[in-house]
Design a protein around this ligand. Structure first.
Ligand code: PRX
Length: 633
């Protein structure tokens, strides 16, 4: 589908050079040859990282859903667009063709309109991984409403914070969802979130688990009867290139979550072009990304990237362990999956279960394997390569972020090989830079530093919703004229990049980005807690796990029950993903003379590397360090 494919090393290098030497000509050509525009652009790129301002394809008009759906209908209407695999393997899967998707999106879009949703309104989507999730995302895009998907594992509190931050007018949810053997009640979470959200006028509720939740009259509506009455035609709203397409929240090291704003045209061009080339998608392939649409990976590489390419994208409702740890492989066999994209944490969890479950299934349809979300360790990489890919499937270790909208550094199959633990080379148009402590770019190879990007790419987030200053402070202030990623990286002798991990207070647990500050705030709400500090430590399956050092107001109160209460509080404020694996009660936390907690020391204690703690004599309270070390878990 996408022209300007990268099929070999020469094409990679040629295209890379073209995109660096003349980015505007390069991206204009990709945009012109591959998409449907209502009106062409007047300026390809306008940017200034010191403001910061970035705009791509200014002046152009389009609707991304016409590019995702309408234009595929004439020749490929009967092709499966979304292949839905339910939680329970005994339930039938569902193949939604491009023709079906067209009708379902339009019906949904008409329902949104009938409830007063207009271009620019924010709509919060809080759904399990059922087709309605992808359809509601696209229905919003059809009429220019800005979707804000919130992962359905977040708590009521986390949900209400996100709804209020961008003033959502509507919430789309379901009565509940299935996750493995569990049934999750979502509607009651929405109800309790909405006690704090005055701006929400209506709630659309999809039926999934057939529970009978209370419905608030005049606010809550069952979705299906509204869809049944809606027309299958809905004209796509004309969008400007830089109109926001969606908001997606990501954790920061401090403060409330950041609503990253992605706009329409640049995101479309880049998500489509990366999808095609990194996964080398061919027309009859079945592509499967196991992420949840609640994260950026699901936005770009379950929904938009694949559909823009007219692909068949598999959407899985369940979990890798249900009914047993062979589920992923049984799905690969059942649907003859060609590209499989998952997270290192899942690979490690599956590897732990042994080979019998992998070898039970025919995985010969696989052509390319992907990984994302955190650094992949060497052992997991080899296991994936040897036992899933049978040493014949290139592994694409894709490094990117919610903020980048699309993959930034990754192998491209057939162009250059992956190397265990390396994300390898920048994607076309991406200009990485490694910076030293003094803000100077480190040139040459075999070097290590902080990873920045020094030139705009089409799908970068344009701002943080409602707080452009925070966007500037977080990403464009550490290094002059550069986007700072928050990651450290090394560049080897061949110029290949290996991401070494976060250099800020964000910890990646099972591929989920967690800021330490909101977790500490949650713990500190406990009436018995004086203060707390969270650090990460290596974990076999999760990559990193959370270690909490907690000082109580009264040191007599230490008990296991209190540890449980602390984790319950975290679950309530953020969600179960942020629970602590280890909680150590302390009499105090090591502090600098200005009162700042010295996390560096706590990090070392958590990883049991206390031989060289550095100079602790300058601490306000050096004596606590010894006690914390003695009692460490
Ligand atoms: O630290 C990097 C890590 O995940 C962070 C971004 O998280 P999030 O915004 O949730 O997006 C995840 C999915 C794109 C990055 O700053 N990360 C992501 N992919 C990789 C990675 N670390 C190492 N290798 C990767 N392939």
């Amino acid at each position: 589908m996408i022209k300007y494919e990268i099929k070999n090393t020469k094409e990679y290098h040629n295209n890379y050079s073209k995109a660096i030497e003349n980015p505007e000509v390069f991206w204009a050509e990709i945009a012109k040859k591959n998409f449907t525009w209502i009106r062409p652009w007047s300026q390809v790129l306008d940017w200034d990282f010191s403001i910061p301002k970035v705009s791509w394809f200014e002046g152009a008009q389009l609707n991304i859903t016409e590019n995702c759906i309408d234009r595929h209908i004439e020749n490929n209407g009967h092709k499966t667009a979304i292949l839905f695999e339910p939680n329970n393997p005994k339930d039938p899967s569902e193949a939604i063709t491009y023709n079906d998707l067209y009708k379902r999106i339009n019906r949904f879009a008409n329902v949104l309109k009938s409830k007063g949703i207009q271009k620019g309104d924010r709509v919060c989507i809080y759904l399990p991984m059922i087709p309605e999730l992808a359809i509601s995302v696209l229905a919003c895009a059809r009429i220019g409403a800005i979707h804000s998907v919130v992962f359905a594992g977040f708590s009521a509190n986390a949900l209400s914070t996100r709804i209020n931050d961008c003033d959502c007018k509507m919430v789309i949810t379901s009565d509940g969802g299935y996750r493995g053997a569990k049934t999750i009640d979502l509607k009651s979470i929405v109800d309790s979130a909405l006690l704090d959200c005055t701006g929400v006028e209506s709630v659309l509720v999809a039926k999934r688990i057939h529970s009978d939740p209370p419905m608030v009259s005049g606010r809550d509506y069952w979705l299906q009867p509204l869809l049944d009455d809606a027309s299958i035609e809905c004209e796509a709203t004309v969008m400007d290139a830089e109109d926001p397409l969606f908001i997606l929240y990501t954790s920061g090291s401090t403060g409330k979550p950041k609503g990253m704003v992605h706009t329409t045209a640049g995101y479309m061009v880049y998500s489509a072009y990366t999808f095609k080339n990194i996964f080398q998608y061919e027309p009859n392939d079945i592509y499967w990304c196991t992420a949840d649409i609640g994260w950026i990976t699901g936005h770009s590489y379950i929904v938009y990237g694949p559909l823009l390419n007219g692909a068949t994208t598999l959407m899985f409702e369940g979990v890798p362990s249900y009914p047993d740890y062979g589920r992923f492989w049984s799905i690969v066999e059942k649907h003859k999956v060609s590209q499989f994209y998952t997270a290192p944490t899942a690979i490690r969890a599956l590897a732990k279960e042994g080979l019998e479950l992998v070898n039970r299934y025919d995985l010969s349809s696989l052509k390319i394997l992907g990984t994302v979300g955190e650094p992949i360790n060497e052992e997991a990489w080899h296991w994936y390569n040897d036992h899933v890919g049978k040493k014949k499937c290139p592994i694409v270790d894709t490094w990117w972020q919610t903020e980048t909208g699309g993959v930034m550094i990754s192998p491209i199959p057939n162009s250059f090989e992956g190397k265990p633990t390396f994300a390898t080379l920048p994607f076309i148009g991406v200009q990485p830079a490694l910076m030293d402590e003094n803000g100077i770019e480190i040139e040459g190879n075999s070097v290590e530093g902080r990873l920045c990007v020094k030139f705009p790419w089409p799908s970068m987030a344009r701002t943080i919703w409602g707080n452009h200053q925070r966007y500037k402070d977080t990403y464009f202030s550490a290094y002059d004229q550069k986007y700072f990623t928050g990651d450290g990286a090394l560049r080897d002798e061949n110029g290949h990049y290996r991401i070494t991990g976060r250099v800020d207070d964000v910890i990646i647990v099972s591929g989920h980005n967690l800021g330490t500050a909101p977790i500490e705030d949650a713990i500190n709400e406990h009436p018995m807690v004086a203060e707390s500090a969270i650090v990460g430590y290596p974990h076999d399956i999760k990559g990193s796990a959370l270690y909490g050092f907690v000082t109580l107001k009264n040191s007599q109160d230490l008990s296991d029950a209190l540890k449980i209460e602390i984790n319950q509080l975290i679950s309530k404020q953020i969600g179960p993903i942020a629970k602590l694996d280890k909680i150590q009660f302390t009499t105090g936390l090591p502090k600098t003379r200005s009162g700042k907690i010295m996390r560096r020391i706590l990090r070392k204690i958590a990883i049991k590397d206390t031989s060289n703690l550095g100079d602790i004599s300058t601490l306000l309270n050096p004596e606590v360090v010894e006690t914390i070390m003695k009692n460490s878990l």
